[in-house]
Design a protein around this ligand. Structure first.
Ligand code: PGA
Length: 228
């Protein structure tokens, strides 16, 4: 931490975060607030389209997203891994199998996120690269709805491992061991090029760089097939 950041006492911090990052950004705010209690934080959790609009209108201090936008003049810094895993109901016939082929998994009924979702874009890109097309059973607009539908046996899904942060001990869901997975992605923090960040925003940026990884490692510990 730089010396002027140690002196941060008060100020406002506006963060806009993409939907899936709600699994870890709010968790970081507790320890951040404990260290800098005078900082007033507002967090807007929104979808990708709205987040990019806010970014181009310069409405917030910092933006957290998983899929870097093209053609925008922004500063972008990866600060945390965002692995995508294949989620299935606990009693799925492929549960416990090793190194399941991408071709085999593509035959399963898939539950996918809404169009425009970074998770969906990355999933489609992966299967397209393998020249496979997935068998889409249903589109659902939220990670939580998808997890419930997977647990209910409607299909399988590719989701960020962060969505399982509080569910490691669930006996309803399992992570399948599929070749090429976990898909390696990152969380990025962004802001418009040329924007002069406030001391408060710089303090949070510094906090993201140093604290998000150890925090994520703590809560992801024990997640099956996460580090494979
Ligand atoms: P989402 O996630 O848009 O699928 O919520 C962000 C991302 O991973 O790009």
């Amino acid at each position: 931490m730089t010396s002027d950041m140690k002196g941060v006492k008060a100020g406002k911090l506006r963060i806009a975060a993409i939907s899936t990052s709600k699994y870890f950004v709010p968790r970081l705010l507790g320890p951040f607030y404990a260290r800098f209690p005078g900082i007033e934080i507002s967090l807007k959790v929104t979808n990708r389209e709205r987040l990019l609009q806010r970014l181009s209108n310069n409405e917030d201090d910092l933006y957290i997203l998983g899929q870097p936008p093209e053609h925008m003049d922004i500063k972008l810094e990866p600060f945390l891994e965002n692995p995508l895993i294949v989620l299935a109901p606990h009693n799925h016939p492929l549960s416990g199998h090793k190194n399941i082929s991408a071709a085999r998994i593509a035959e399963e009924p898939f539950l996918i996120r809404e169009s425009g979702s970074g998770t969906r874009l990355a999933t489609e890109k992966f299967f397209k690269k393998q020249q496979l097309s997935i068998n889409v059973r249903m589109e659902l607009g939220s990670n939580e709805a998808i997890k419930q539908a997977v647990a209910g046996g409607l299909g399988i899904a590719v989701l960020s491992a962060h969505t399982l942060a509080l569910e490691k001990n669930t006996d309803e869901l399992t992570v399948l061991d599929v070749e090429g997975f976990p898909l390696k992605r990152n969380w990025y923090v962004a802001y418009p090029t040329g924007k002069q960040l406030s001391i408060v925003a710089n303090t949070f940026l510094d906090f993201l760089r140093t604290e998000s990884k150890p925090m994520a490692e703590r809560y992801m510990q024990g997640l099956p097939n996460y580090h494979s």
